[in-house]
Write a protein that binds this ligand. Structure first.
Ligand code: NAD
Ligand code: UD1
Length: 337
């Protein structure tokens, strides 16, 4: 019995594959490599000592996905594959809707056709829009502000409707907060294309000298120091939540939603200081205007994940910063060409 990991060579997917292999589970990866590199498979092997079966295929190609199910005994799916850049989704909405929604429809059809009814889906805290309060619970109102977020919410609803139509399905929707860090080996990590949009990858580049300074987007938010507050979570903790979700899917049917965060909110300036402390490096910054669409504060109430899945984040902000810095130090150009 194998687990199909879509998007398994990507940032979160690769860390999850490592945890799955280390736990003795059989894995098959499918990825079209539109935002990841083949060498990730060698890195996974270096960490785990195991080969993993890989298909270079696009979820938009139904026949190719169906073939993977026909050729393997796949019992459950962890579905990471998707496009994730918020700004790009505003520029190219059709690309995002087609890739993320059609890709998921093809995947779930191939699953249904081949009798596989367990799926863990990568959703995002973005589905809470601008939350009415923090910490955020799973039953808070849902809304989105951009096509990327809309695809996440639509997929959540598609999966819920599938469960309504066939109660044998087991759907676990994991709403991630802000994943950062890297595997402590420094062999796998986040390798954003071009100039990073997200905070930690940008800080890492400033501290390593690639960029002169960080632009802090606004210091007039309703937070303890005026800068935006988020719930940063170590990617290995996040990866481990998927193993717990799979275990639960093996014993229950229906759809469940879980916040996957630490429950701690850190401001932009908190993160700058934490990175400096963890690494001894300097992060120069300047306060600039707010980034359109940003919110004051977003952090999880992760109680449900603990009570139902038995999952809790283990790593603190110091470890997240150290592991991000280690990945950067060992791979100044990411995975390279
Ligand atoms: P990533 O881009 O590193 O990984 C996604 C992988 O999916 C890539 O390897 C890409 O090549 C592949 N892919 C995309 N479209 C595909 C398609 N049509 N067919 C086959 N493969 C395809 O992203 P990530 O950070 O690892 O995120 C994984 C998932 O988690 C995504 O669905 C993302 O939306 C979600 N998520 C990420 C974050 C975050 O901050 N990283 C936060 C919340 C949710
Ligand atoms: C981003 C995504 C969101 C996704 C989330 C988790 C956007 C607009 N939103 O949100 O959909 O669910 O990541 O991955 O991309 N900041 C700076 N300077 C920078 C970069 C960021 O000050 O150069 C600040 C931001 O204003 C924010 C905080 O740092 O307050 C975190 O930003 P970011 O890493 O982009 O994450 P989110 O805004 O939470």
């Amino acid at each position: 019995m194998a687990i199909l990991v879509t998007g398994g060579t990507g940032f979160i997917g690769s860390h999850t594959v490592v945890q799955l292999l280390n736990d003795g589970r059989e894995v098959v990866i499918v990825d079209n490599l539109c935002n990841s590199k083949l060498c990730v498979l060698d890195r996974i092997k270096s960490i785990t000592g195991k080969d993993v079966k890989f298909y270079k295929a696009d979820l938009l190609d139904f026949e190719a996905i169906d073939k993977i199910f026909k050729e393997n005994d796949i019992d459950s799916v962890i579905h990471f594959a998707g496009l994730k850049a918020v700004g790009e989704s505003v520029q190219k909405p059709m690309l995002y809707y087609h890739n993320n929604i059609t890709g998921t429809l093809n995947l779930t059809k191939a699953m249904a056709d081949n009798g596989c009814k367990k799926i863990v889906f990568s959703s995002s805290a973005t589905v809470y829009g601008n939350p009415k309060s923090v910490p955020i619970k799973e039953d808070f109102p849902l809304s989105t502000t951009n096509p990327y977020g809309e695809t996440k919410l639509m997929i959540e609803r598609i999966l819920s409707d599938i469960v309504k139509s066939d109660p044998e399905w087991s759907v676990s929707i994991l709403r991630y907060f802000n994943p950062i860090g890297a595997h402590e080996s420094g062999l796998i990590g986040e390798d954003p294309k071009g100039i990073p949009n997200n905070l930690l990858p940008y800080i890492v580049k400033v501290a390593s000298g690639k960029y002169d300074h960080l632009s802090v987007f606004g210091n007039d938010y309703n937070t303890h120091d005026g800068t935006g507050v988020r719930d940063y979570i170590h990617v290995v903790d996040l990866a481990n939540a998927h193993l717990k979700a799979l275990d639960r899917a093996a014993i229950v049917t229906g759809v469940e939603h879980f916040n996957i965060g630490t429950g701690n909110g850190y401001s932009v300036l908190d993160i700058v200081k934490a990175y400096e402390k963890a690494t001894g490096l300097t992060v120069k910054y300047e306060i600039v205007a707010r980034r359109p669409g940003d919110i004051d504060a977003c952090y999880a109430d992760p109680t449900k994940a603990y009570e139902v899945l038995g999952w809790k984040a283990q790593y603190d902000i110091n470890k997240m910063c150290q592991d991000s810095a280690n990945w950067q130090k060992k791979n100044p150009d990411g995975y390279g060409e």
